[in-house]
Ligand binder design. Structure first.
Ligand SMILES: *Cc1c(COP(=O)(O)O)cnc(C)c1O
Length: 341
């Protein structure tokens, strides 16, 4: 398949079918080896476990074209590890992380023509996922599963420049204490849709979720972790068992400490403290870090001193260092970059 009809600059974040995807089935208590297929469709029983009781988990990562033309992915072993943890929590069979990385590599290689050129800002988004595939009507885990990996080219996140976000404190909860907030499961997103549609209707870009038990502590947004910067340039990361452990956020912590020499505190963050911070960013694979300019709590506005026109200085340094590492301009810590070809 040809890729030269794709306009890398105007891709956006949407699904574009690429030639190959990886499929492996779990049956009779074991995973088959699996392999690549051109078939982008799935035929399932009308009673498949995933359709009835939402037994499905996923991952998201990117393949990048580096300055010297190689194709790399960023810490795919951590995505594999996180999918293992998600599987355990939803009573699904573990797809081993070593096989996960092999499947990602195979899929990206087969779609190498769709990895956007260096400098375009576009990337090849990789979506591994797994779901219960056999009929389930009494509530229980499925007996059969399918693991798949597909890819889709996505455009630059900050098209037309950085625009700090305005977010609102949500009236809905994302994750219960001892619930499933710490795993990457479709169910967490299904129930967040009403909250995000409501936020958008009210003119906000994103929701800030507080802890469900007390509504006093900052958790995260629907799909990104918070990172705050204090007025004396310390990084503060909210800590909670119901936050999804973002690989981007964990990597930014290392960048802050080891590359920028900044102090990092991982601790509970009270919402009442937020007005004291100098910068706020949302961390995730899609944007790496998106600056937040304003946080609105039922009409009360907190305007971050970093402002509504650009990234704050520390956010910018973090962004430039981590994207530099991903794109091969800055030397990466051992094991962070998986070269595909
Ligand atoms: C995927 C996800 C993130 C970001 O994680 P990364 O590994 O950095 O992409 C943050 N929060 C939630 C709820 C997520 O599902």
């Amino acid at each position: 398949m040809e890729n030269n009809n794709l306009d890398w600059d105007n891709l956006g974040f949407g699904y574009h079918k690429t030639p190959a995807r990886f499929v492996a089935n779990y049956k009779n208590g074991e995973w088959e080896n699996g392999g690549l297929t051109e078939d982008d469709t799935i035929v399932l029983s009308e009673c498949a476990g995933v359709l009835q009781y939402a037994q499905t988990i996923f991952e998201g990562l990117k393949a990048y074209r580096t300055e010297d033309g190689r194709i790399v992915t960023f810490r795919p072993d951590l995505n594999g590890e996180r999918l293992e943890n998600s599987a355990k929590r939803l009573e699904m069979p573990v797809f081993p992380k070593e096989k996960f990385v092999e499947a990602v590599v195979e899929t990206v290689k087969a779609n190498a023509d769709f990895v956007p050129p260096y400098g375009s800002g576009a990337t090849l988004y990789i979506r591994p996922y797994m779901f219960g595939s056999n009929p389930v009507i009494g509530v229980k885990p499925a007996d059969e599963y399918q693991f798949r990996v597909f890819t889709t080219p996505v455009g630059p996140y900050f098209k037309g420049g950085v625009k700090p976000l305005t977010i609102c404190v949500s009236d809905f909860d994302r994750a219960a204490p001892h619930g499933t907030g710490h795993i990457k499961a479709g169910l967490n997103y299904a129930m967040s849709l009403h909250a995000i549609v409501t936020a958008h209707k009210n003119g906000y870009d994103e929701n800030m979720y507080l802890d469900a038990a007390t509504r006093t502590k900052v958790e995260e947004t629907g799909g990104a972790n918070f990172l705050f910067v204090t007025k004396d340039n310390k990084i503060v990361i909210p800590k909670s068992d119901s936050i999804l452990p973002s690989i981007t956020r964990r990597s930014l912590v290392t960048v802050a400490k080891d590359y920028l020499g900044l102090e990092v505190e991982e601790r509970e963050v009270l919402f009442t403290e937020v007005k004291e911070f100098a910068e706020c960013g949302l961390c995730g694979t899609a944007a790496v870090i998106s600056p937040v300019g304003k946080i609105v709590d039922h009409g009360e506005e907190i305007c971050l001193p970093s402002g509504m026109t650009e990234m704050g200085p520390i956010t910018k340094k973090l962004y430039e260092t981590l994207t530099g590492i991903q794109m091969g301009r800055i030397e990466a810590p051992e094991g962070w970059i998986k070269v595909i070809e």
